[in-house]
Every structure is written in C-alpha cells, then in structure tokens.
Ligand binder design. Structure first.
Ligand SMILES: [Zn+2]
Length: 469
C-alpha cells in the first residue's frame, strides 16, 4: 500500500481519513517540519509498477479552509497531458474557493487550471519527480462529512487536485469506460395515454433519434392497471431510444424507506415485480429490473430485499441515499465509486437535471460512473431544448453508449442479466397479508392519491398554456 508523508495537517483530518477509506493508501506524519505554510503530501513509496513515476512526488496546497465559499466564477482547465479526462481544455462555471494567493509559476512549471489569469493548479517535473501545487485551501470538512459533499457539481475545484493525486499514486485512476454510458431517467410517467403531462412519447423518440440519447421512464407499478396500445407500440418500436424501469410500487411517501419487517419488504417488492411482470407480458414490453425509489427514499433493508428478489439495481442520488440511511458508516463513502453495492444490491448514482448538471456530468465521467441524469415531465414544459443541450454536452465527451438502465447495470455486473423482472425465485415472494394495515387498506388510499396526482400532472400543460397565452 502506498505511504504518503503529511505536513500541515493532523492525521485525523476528516478529509484525509475519508480518502484513506476510499483508496488503498497510508498516511504518516512527515518527520521534517514544513518548509512553507500550507499542506504537503509526499509519496514515500508505491506498490505498483504503474505508479513508480510517483515515488517522491508531492502535492502542496494552501492551509485548510472551507469549500465553495467564494464567488461564482469560471475555472479554465488547460489542454495539458496532465489534466485528467474529461477536464482538459474545458471551462467550468463553479463556486470558486475563497482565499489562497494564486500560484506564481516557476521555471518548468505548467498551469493545469486557472481562474481568470491566475493559475490555481500546476505541475512541474524536477529531478525526475513530479510535483503538483494547488493555490486552493485543503478542503475542511465536518467530521462526519461524506465524499459526495466534498466532491460535487458545486464544490470540486478544491478537492480535485487531492483526489486526482491520490488516484494516480494508488493506481485507482482507471480510465473512464469507453464508450461512456448514459441515460436520462424521467420519474412518474405511465402509459395511460400517448402523453403524460408535458411528455409526448412519440416526440421524445423522434428527438432522441435525431440528437442521440436514450430516455428511461420510471413508471409506477400501481399505474399498470391500464396501458394505451398506441403508447405501448411507441415503446416497443424504439427500445434503443426509450425504455421503462420501476418506480416504487404504490408511490407512497417514503415508500421504500419505512421501518418494514423483512416479510413486509418482500411483500411490497414482490408486488411491484408481479405488477410489472404482468404488464410486460400483456404488452410484450420489457422493463428494466432497476428500481428508482420514489422521492429518493430507500433504506438498506429494502436494498437487501431487492437483491434477494432479483432486482438488478437501484438508481438513486448519493444525497438521498445518505439522507435516508443517516448514521450508517457506508454513507460517508458515497459518490466515489462507479457504483455501490449496498445490502448486496447494486446502486447506480444519478443527478438532477438542475443543480449544475453540466459539472455533474464531468465528475461522473472522471470517476468512471454511468452518466444518469434525472428529471420530471415538467422539465419538458418548454419542449426538449434542455435535453438537447445536456445530451449534446454528454456526447461532446466522446463516444457514448446510451441505453436502458438494465444494460447499464449489466455492464457494471454481468450477473444482473439474470435479473430480468419476473424471473426472481418465486419462493421469495410473500403475498401481502390482508391483516396488515400497511398492505390491506393502503392501496385504496394510494390508488386515489395516485389518480389525483396523475390528473394534476395531466392538467399542468393545459394550465400553463392558459396562463402563458
Ligand atoms: Zn415519483
């Protein structure tokens, strides 16, 4: 395991401890006093031939300070061989760090990133050793902060030089998969009509074909009581462009994060499988065995039950997963890996169409994650322009394999291919108990609430036309 000597930081610094949990690296206090103020990491040894170049390498940064406190600005990455994919030559608007004097480049030193005319990240080679410098403060985190809180679309400029340095030294800087994988996921629409709210399925297909993307719709098993035949044929005719995945079972609030017994977990998830399997057979329409938890609420217990029942994966943002599993030690590590395995279930991260999605796309590609961007029908209120723009942004990174979520889960783990909906071992399925109020009476209420929500969603485009005309 590579060993790094640390100056200017306590070994129990929260970010340092987090990085040591995420990558195979050991930190030791440096024997010598720091020659200059700030933080220094220096590589004492490496454990792979590929990382031999980094023996003696160093990273120097400004003293610890809070992240993302500075004004919004643009960071320009140089088109330099040492700038990692996909940042080279790009300009990213982000919350810039406050403080830290810009670097004054020395002879032989090259800027890797700049803010305006000021270099903030640099590299130099001296005596056969590579040395990085960052003008930005070492990210100061709360003791229980998670990786995704230090490395996200709003806050990554300060942490990128550290994360990148350690990925190189530990040999975990595996290149992003080529082609990149991507999908849009839209929550809630069903197939009751050829449109759902602002979604016009035929228009999406035509647009996806022209621009080059795939759109998956997370549909609610409760809604599969009826399917419009024309809508089903739109999906059947374009499986490379649009697809379906599972969105809860009844779409109750916090449906997949409630304190269920193991039997209740299995009952709920089995009912979702049974409904989607019936829907698939009736309409000759495949559905990815990938679950999007309603409102991002999903517990570790539900993930375990999903794995046992044969779901291929869950797709949920790191923030939602951490929020609904507060206190679990693994929540601190979320956001670093290509995907997670929690309770035996594959978990694929996703990002909202809002919240600086362009930066999220870059960070996902950098970390080798599938680029899964989520939205709602309201995001199509002005047409498909935003999807046009974001798809163009993703496609600008290089070859991209757009696909349904089942395919993405199988690329992560070929075992997922056995997990098509309805193929789960029937012995795991537990019929919902009639005596259990959670399952006995709730579907009626859930059904009424779902119909009310659908009416609201379907009327929204009409209201918006009335108020804009
Ligand atoms: Zn929903």
């Amino acid at each position: 395991m590579p060993t790094l000597h640390v100056c200017g930081l306590r070994l129990d610094d929260p970010f340092l401890r987090l990085l040591a949990q995420l990558m195979p690296v050991r930190f030791e206090a440096a024997a010598d006093a720091p020659a200059e103020p700030g933080v220094r990491l220096q590589v004492a040894n490496v454990d792979s031939e590929a990382a031999r170049r980094y023996v003696g390498a160093s990273l120097r940064m400004a003293a610890p300070g809070p992240q993302g406190t500075g004004p919004r600005g643009e960071v320009a990455f140089a088109a330099h061989a040492e700038v990692p994919f996909p940042f080279g030559g790009r300009r990213l608007p982000t919350n810039c760090p406050d403080g830290g004097a810009p670097l004054r480049l020395e002879a032989g030193e090259s800027a890797l990133a700049s803010r305006g005319d000021d270099p903030i990240w640099s590299v130099a080679e001296a005596d056969g050793r590579v040395h990085f410098r960052s003008a930005m403060p070492w990210p100061e985190l709360a003791p229980d902060a998670a990786f995704f809180q230090a490395f996200n679309s709003l806050r990554f400029v300060e942490s990128l030089p550290v994360v990148d340095f350690l990925r190189r030294v530990t040999g975990t800087d595996t290149p992003a998969p080529r082609p990149l994988r991507a999908s849009f996921v839209i929550d809630d629409p069903n197939l009751h009509w050829i449109r759902y709210g602002f979604v016009d399925y035929a228009a999406v297909v035509a647009h996806a074909r022209r621009v080059g993307y795939h759109m998956s719709f997370a549909t609610i098993p409760l809604d599969t009581w009826y399917t419009n035949t024309r809508t089903a044929s739109i999906f059947r005719d374009a499986p490379d462009l649009i697809s379906l995945l599972v969105h809860g079972n009844n779409h109750r609030k916090g449906e997949l994060a409630r304190p269920y017994t193991p039997g209740e977990c299995t009952g709920l998830l089995s009912e979702a499988i049974a409904r989607m399997a019936r829907f698939s057979q009736r309409n000759r329409l495949a559905c990815s065995a990938v679950m999007v938890p309603p409102h991002g609420a999903c517990s570790e217990e539900i993930l375990s039950a999903m794995a046992a029942l044969g779901y291929a994966a869950a797709c949920v943002s790191s923030g939602s997963l951490a929020h609904h599993n507060a206190g679990r030690p693994w929540t601190r590590l979320l956001g670093f890996n290509a995907f997670e395995r929690i309770g035996g279930c594959q978990v694929i991260p996703r990002w909202g169409l809002k919240n600086d999605v362009d930066n999220s796309v870059f960070l996902a590609a950098y970390l080798g994650q599938a680029i899964v961007v989520m939205g709602h029908h309201q995001d199509m209120a002005d047409g498909l322009a935003e999807f046009d723009r974001v798809a163009g942004h993703i496609n600008s990174l290089g070859p991209v394999a757009w696909s349904d979520m089942q395919t993405i889960s199988e690329l992560h783990d070929p075992r997922s291919s056995a997990a098509a909906l309805g193929s789960a071992d029937p012995s795991h399925r537990v019929a919902p108990s009639r005596n259990d109020p959670r399952f006995g009476s709730v579907p009626v209420i859930a059904g009424m609430r779902r119909i009310a929500t659908e009416i609201r969603d379907r009327l929204t485009p009409m209201y918006s036309r009335m108020f804009t005309s």
